[in-house]
Write a protein that binds this ligand. Structure first.
Ligand code: ZN
Length: 439
């Protein structure tokens, strides 16, 4: 308990710093793959705390990045980050949106490797500007157009930096290796795969992830065993036909609009899977160019989900087959681009149990839940799946937070006290794992 007490006291001392940092990040939100300012301040803080910091192509596999904004958007975001005080050395390394960070500290040669993952990106939401909204009232609302931290990732990043500081101060008392992962582009589940495929967690024995709020809407609560992450895949589907005069020569056209319409109806007719939940959605469909022209182009944005990675794979395979068949039926070309994805995941029971024990031991929570159904997708699942696949343990927890509005809402805000709870439980759990206290 001695070490836990120390961690709790350190986290309490950091309170003003947590609030200051969270508000600074909140005021400068950056959507997925454009976290140049956020990631550069993370990299600076971690370097100062004595971590080995890797970013750019050392942290991200370029070919596995999904849903990357176009070059103009990236460049504008880079320029804005520099204007808002980002360190140019880091920004240059992150050019092209490679904004992920891996920070490593080795305490001893032997001992486990424990990784903690924090997401850094904001949402494509315009923050509400009125006196009822605390970030506006207290002067830290978003300075960036069409961007807002409406999911609490500003808090997650802040928590990660606080834990980094605590571990660097406790260095002589710890064993093993800690890896802090700061992930870009969680929204749209685009970022994790590129870090996993880079091998970032191949040597990890214990993997921890956390989120504020969601189903835990009161400060002081914790859910130790989050279940039911849905595996998901997001695709943009481009159909290309041949335009023609609809009155004078319709027979020379090739109708991409009808191919897409045919695909949309049949995608929703994929047979459900008997072994678990499955979902499909054609979210948008834009096609055609004019009333009297055979529609030669169509863009469809779709997603599949499954209760496990295997069920999602089934939905994905069926979807691909139907899309190709619809294109063939109308003799048009089709291209699908994967723009996001997450694995299905479940916590390793032993690790969830250990987190529960730690939560009870430190005695700060007023509501300790075990099972909590997530019912959504989160790409932390890629890290979890990878670690579990090579025999490691993984867990994702929810930290209770009073919320001003639902996630992704322009009125979203969370109780900043939740950051302290998160720092304490994650740092105490990770420290315990590093020292083999779970065995
Ligand atoms: Zn989130």
């Amino acid at each position: 308990m001695r070490l836990e007490k120390k961690i709790i006291a350190m986290a309490d001392d950091m309170r003003p710093e947590l609030v200051r940092r969270r508000r600074d990040i909140h005021a400068h939100p950056e959507p997925g793959w454009t976290e140049f300012r956020t990631a550069s301040l993370v990299a600076d803080a971690l370097t100062q705390a004595g971590y080995l910091v890797q970013t750019g192509e050392d942290a991200i596999k370029k070919s596995a990045m999904m849903g990357v904004p176009d070059a103009t958007t990236l460049q504008a975001a880079q320029k804005r980050a520099l204007e808002q005080g980002a360190n140019p050395i880091w920004v240059e390394k992150m050019a092209g949106g490679l904004t992920g960070i891996i920070a490593t500290m080795v305490f001893s040669e032997h001992g486990p490797t424990v990784a903690l993952r924090f997401d850094m990106d904001s949402n494509d939401v315009s923050e509400v500007q009125n006196e009822q909204h605390r970030p506006y009232r207290e002067g830290f609302s978003s300075l960036n157009a069409n961007a807002m931290h409406a999911c609490g990732h500003d808090g997650h990043t802040t928590v990660g930096l606080a834990i980094a500081q605590i571990f660097s101060q406790l260095k002589p008392e710890l064993q093993g290796t800690v890896k802090l992962i700061f992930q870009p582009a969680e929204e749209g589940v685009r970022g994790a795969r590129a870090m996993v495929e880079n091998g970032d967690v191949d040597d990890v024995d214990y993997m921890l992830g956390a989120h504020f709020g969601l189903k835990m809407k009161q400060t002081g609560g914790i859910a130790c065993n989050v279940k039911g992450f849905l595996a998901t895949s997001k695709y943009d589907v481009h159909f290309t036909g041949v335009p023609a005069h609809a009155g004078a020569a319709p027979e020379t056209g090739k109708n991409a609009l009808l191919a897409a319409a045919c695909a949309a109806l049949n995608l929703h007719a994929i047979a459900r899977h008997s072994e678990g939940v499955s979902r499909i959605n054609v979210g948008t469909l834009c096609a055609g160019s004019g009333r009297n022209i055979i529609g030669d182009k169509a863009l469809m944005k779709i997603e599949t989900r499954g209760g496990t990675s295997a069920i999602n794979q089934y939905m994905e395979t069926e979807a691909q087959r139907i899309i190709k068949a619809a294109a063939q039926m109308y003799d048009v070309a089709v291209e699908t681009e994967k723009v996001g994805g997450a694995a299905g995941a479940n916590n390793t029971p032993a690790l969830a149990k250990y987190i529960h024990q730690q939560a009870e031991k430190i005695g700060i929570f007023n509501n300790i839940l075990d099972d909590c159904d997530f019912g959504a997708s989160e790409d932390c699942s890629y890290f979890m799946e990878q670690v579990q696949a090579h025999g490691g343990q993984a867990a994702y927890i929810l930290i209770g937070a009073d919320l001003a509005a639902g996630h992704h809402d322009s009125h979203f805000d969370f109780d900043e006290a939740a950051m302290g709870y998160s720092v304490k439980i994650l740092a105490c759990t990770a420290a315990g794992l590093l020292l083999g206290d779970n065995k």
